[in-house]
Every structure is written in structure tokens, then in C-alpha cells.
Ligand binder design. Structure first.
Ligand code: GCO
Length: 477
């Protein structure tokens, strides 16, 4: 069944801090993740992105790998602190960083692979955090990000696919409420003595939206006419089902969870304001858009970037929400009331494959935001115990193979039957890499990376499946 449009694009994705390594090379400055990884107990195996997959030094090898797998496009992120080591608009630019990425983009294009650039995938300059509180600063941060974006648009005119931020929900909630991600702020005193989980995540989310809006305005005003490309933000979000589908409170809670993750940013961009359910629970702790901010944010997506992995059963909670509650006053479960399970276990507690839920969420997004063009910018899975398997077994990654088979077909069905305008898909990830707070204990790659033995890359069974799979689904031009 050919069900995807003939101009559909697919490829693999990575992010700078997860794969590059070489953290001190060619003048790179520290990011908040370099600092965060040094705090004892924050990273499961005590590791960091110091070496990661050494992709900074292996660009030719990675491009050859992408080519051998048939990848039409590659989504990667820029390390802001390679380009502006201190990050700010009055700080010096590092030409070596620009030269590195410029050559990388040229080499990708020469190999017939389209670059999709994420400007910022969580590795915010550490200096900006120290100087004025980083993402917490409503005036300084958006202006510094705008400047960084302008430097990139100007320096890489050969690239036409731009993403401002990756998953602002994770930066806000995991970085400023739970404290599990950099910079690790939380009012849970057991985890870290700093931060205010009742206000900071909402401020950070707001500032990321405004910073995104500023970069989009610069792109549209100064570069779009000559560059001719597109720009948008990438949002994460699990699909949801009610724990008890006959209980209206669970049905509402399932919807509310989508509003507190996706709607938080998506509604601001497509509808011009935050969801009513968030305002109702959070009151003034959720910032209000000034008219100027609203003008920047509303209508600021050329495409919807969708990162999607899993689904949950959602159950309402009784009583008043706790002041730190960030989820919409609800519980999530892998099982529903009848004992049905969402999907098989993986190496991540939060991840259980459920492809039909992907189709549902594509439909939900399309309806809520009036059928935008959607790029699936990440989708993938870990496998339980993969790290402990012998190489031969690990390369036969049947669960991941099946994940892609099911998810890509579910997407193709949504495209063919539901009017969903999905135009690109990126598998997360090209390589096993530094999985943030999980360190190297969790693998998401379609290629195994032997960190100990010369960083050799070995394509797993899933890696080789994507090309034939997409060839069978994309209509011939
Ligand atoms: C994301 C993260 C990735 C993770 C992946 C698996 O954008 O969600 O950017 O960096 O590695 O999601 O957890």
C-alpha cells in the first residue's frame, strides 16, 4: 500500500551533546549539561557527553553511514557554545565552530542528504545561566537566542530546514520542576536545594516560546526570501487513553494531559494563548503574554515538529492539585482499569510501544491545529536489557524493528485515511548515544556504538529496515 506522498522525506536524528563529544575542541564553551553532569548522582552511570560517540571527529564516517542506510535527510543540532562560546549577543563568535558545521552541511548535501537543523537541543550556554539565570530571564534569553539564530541563518545559507528548540516541555519540567535534567532546579530538597517548582517551569516555558518567536521573526524578516526554507519548533507528547473509558473524569484527564504537554506550547503557537485548563489550575503562576509577545508567538510555525514515543492510560485525581503539580492533576499508568497493557516493556519506564496511539495523536493534533504540515522529528525505542546483550544478539533488535514497522505504517494510514498532512519522519536515533540522565545505560540507536573499542558503529537489523519500508509506502512521483 503506497500511502505516503511522493515528496515525503525520512531520515535519522541526533543531538549535539548526545553524540559529538570533543567538548574542549576548537574553542567550544561549556553548556549547562557539562556543568550538570558533574553534580554527583545526577547521571545514572556518572558519565557525561565528554566523549559520547565522538561524532565531532567522525563526520565523514557518520555521513557514509547515513548514506549506506538510504537516509534522505539528517536531523542534528548545533552546539550553541561551539558557535558563541559564552552564548550572548555581545560575546565573541568562534569561527572554528561555524567552519565545522558549514563543512558538515556541505558534506551532507554533497552526499544527497538534506540537513534539518535544530538550533538548540537543551545544551544552553552555561555562561548565560550564570550571568542572568539562563532560561528564567524573560528579556535577556530571548534576545540572546535571537542573536544566535541570526548568526546561524547567516552562516549556513545552504540549509533550509530550521528547528528553533527541541521539546521545551522537557527543558521546563525536567530542568526546573523535577530537577532531573540540566540545570537541575527543583524545590524537592532531597534532589537539589535550588529552585521553585511551583513557578519556574511555567516561566521557562514562556521564555522559550518567546525566544522561538523572536528567531522565527528574524528568519521571516531577514532570510526567508533568499533562503526559501521553513522554520518551526519541536514538541514532545505521549498519546493518552482514559484509565476507565466510561468515567468522564478520566476522559477529561486524558485530554488535560495532552493540554499540559502539547497544548501548553501548541495552543500558544496556533491559537495565541495557553489552554484554559492550564490557566484554571495554575492561575497567575502561568505567565500572561504581552501583546508584543503574542504577536511573536502566534502563527510562528511553518510546520509542526512532533517527537513521539509512547502512550499512557490516564486517571483523574480527586481533591486539589498540589502546587508543584505540572501534569494536570492526574496519574498515568501502563495498565487500564480492565488490566489491558499499553505495550511491551522497554529499557525506559516511560516507554511502551503502542503504534495505534500514534495514529490517534496525529489525528488529535491535526484537528486541534487545523491540519498543519507535520514533521515527525523523533520516534524510536529502547530495548530492555540491550546494554547487557552480546553483540550478535543486540544487532538482532527485533523489538525496535517491529516498532518502526508498526509506527511507520500507522503514520501512513493516518496520512492515507485521516487527512493527516505528515511529510517527514526521523528515527531516533542514528546512533546509540548519551541518553541524558540515563547516561550510556540506555540505547536508542539503530546503529550500535562500541564506545570502548574505537567507537565502531554497527547497523542493527532495524537500521536496514527503514529504507525498504519507506520505499514500499512512499508513492512514486
Ligand atoms: C528528545 C530527546 C532525545 C532523547 C530521546 C530518547 O528529544 O526526546 O531529545 O534526546 O534521547 O527522546 O529519550
Amino acid at each position: 500500500m503506497a500511502a505516503l506522498p511522493s515528496d515525503f522525506v525520512w531520515g535519522f536524528a541526533t543531538a549535539s551533546y548526545q553524540v559529538e563529544g570533543a567538548i574542549d575542541k576548537d574553542g567550544r564553551g561549556p553548556s549547562v549539561w557539562d556543568t550538570f553532569c558533574k553534580i554527583p548522582g545526577k547521571i545514572a552511570d556518572g558519565s557525561s557527553g565528554e566523549t559520547a560517540c565522538d561524532s565531532y571527529n567522525r563526520t565523514a564516517e557518520d555521513i557514509a553511514l547515513l548514506k549506506s542506510l538510504g537516509s534522505q535527510a539528517y536531523r542534528f543540532s548545533l552546539s550553541w557554545t561551539r558557535i558563541i562560546p559564552k552564548g550572548g549577543r555581545n560575546d565573541p563568535i568562534n569561527q572554528a565552530g561555524i567552519d565545522h558545521y558549514s563543512k558538515f552541511c556541505d558534506d551532507l548535501l554533497a552526499a544527497g542528504i538534506t540537513p534539518f537543523i535544530t538550533l538548540s537541543h537543551w545544551d544552553v550556554p552555561d555562561e548565560l545561566d550564570k550571568r542572568y539565570g539562563g532560561l528564567l530571564n524573560r528579556t535577556e534569553f530571548p534576545l540572546d537566542f535571537e542573536n544566535f539564530a541570526r548568526v546561524c541563518f547567516k552562516s549556513f545559507p545552504q540549509c533550509k530546514n530550521w528547528i528553533t528548540f527541541n521539546e521545551p516541555w522537557c527543558s521546563s519540567i525536567l530542568g526546573y520542576s523535577v530537577g532531573q535534567f540540566a540545570p537541575g532546579r527543583t524545590s524537592n530538597r532531597d534532589k537539589s536545594p535550588v529552585g521553585d517548582s511551583t513557578t519556574e517551569p511555567w516561566i521557562v516555558g514562556h521564555n522559550l516560546l518567546v525566544a522561538h518567536g523572536r528567531a522565527v521573526k528574524v528568519y521571516r524578516d531577514e532570510f526567508k526570501a533568499t533562503n526559501g526554507g521553513e522554520i518551526g519548533i519541536v514538541l514532545n507528547g505521549d498519546a493518552t487513553f482514559p484509565w476507565d473509558s466510561s468515567d468522564p473524569r478520566d476522559r477529561e484527564a486524558a485530554e488535560r494531559k495532552l493540554e499540559f504537554t502539547i497544548g501548553w506550547f501548541g495552543d500558544a503557537i496556533y491559537h495565541g494563548d495557553y489552554p484554559a485548563s492550564m490557566r484554571k489550575q495554575l492561575g497567575d503562576r502561568l505567565p500572561t503574554f504581552t501583546p508584543e509577545e503574542k504577536a511573536l508567538v502566534h502563527g510562528s510555525n511553518d510546520f509542526y515538529g512532533m517527537n513521539h514515543y509512547t502512550a499512557d492510560y490516564v486517571r483523574h485525581k480527586d481533591g486539589e492539585p498540589a502546587p508543584e503539580d505540572f501534569a494536570g492533576h492526574l496519574e498515568t499508568h501502563p495498565y487500564n482499569k480492565n488490566g489491558d497493557c499499553i505495550g511491551p516493556e522497554t529499557q525506559c519506564k516511560w516507554l511502551r510501544p503502542c503504534a495505534p496511539a500514534f495514529r490517534d495523536l496525529l489525528k488529535w493534533l491535526s484537528k486541534r491545529y487545523n491540519y498543519p504540515k507535520i514533521y515527525v522529528t523523533e520516534s524510536g525505542t529502547s530495548i530492555k536489557g540491550e546494554n547487557d546483550m552480546p553483540l550478535e544478539k543486540l544487532l538482532e533488535d527485533d523489538l525496535r524493528y517491529q516498532y518502526y514497522d508498526d509506527y511507520v505504517k500507522a503514520m501512513a494510514t493516518a496520512s492515507a485515511l485521516d487527512g493527516v498532512n505528515v511529510r517527514a519522519y526521523f528515527a531516533w536515533s542514528l546512533l546509540d548515544n548519551f541518553e541524558w540522565a540515563d547516561g550510556y545505560e540506555t540505547r536508542f540507536g539503530v546503529c550500535y556504538v562500541d564506545y570502548k573499542n574505537n567507537q565502531k558503529r554497527y547497523p542493527k537489523k532495524s537500521a536496514k529496515h527503514l529504507k525498504p519500508l519507506f520505499d514500499s509506502l512512499i508513492k512514486k512521483a
